[in-house]
Design a protein around this ligand. Structure first.
Ligand SMILES: [Zn+2]
Length: 89
């Protein structure tokens, strides 16, 4: 399915849900963001929680903060890695 969004420079756009990132708690508040295919700008739009839930239901990526999946898994792996703790000691 496609999601109707708009860019300040390019006007109305239709993006795939996978191109939308839902932001629950970002520096600009909750909303969603996407990279405009027309001008490469990162566009952030404020949106109420019900809209964000809908976006995540249809398959938009969810981001809680500026932490990537890789960083989370690295962090989780580090808990089991004694060498990491040894460095801290
Ligand atoms: Zn644009």
């Amino acid at each position: 399915m496609s999601v109707k969004v708009s860019c300040d420079r390019c006007g109305p756009l239709e993006l795939g849900e996978w191109e939308i990132a839902v932001v629950w708690c970002g520096p600009d508040g909750e909303g969603y963001s996407f990279v405009c295919p027309g001008c490469d700008a990162i566009v952030h739009r404020a949106a109420p929680p019900r809209v964000l839930r809908l976006l995540s239901l249809v398959g938009a990526r969810e981001t809680v903060a500026r932490i990537t999946e890789d960083e989370i898994s690295f962090f989780a792996d580090s808990f089991d890695d004694e060498a990491v703790w040894a460095e801290l000691a």
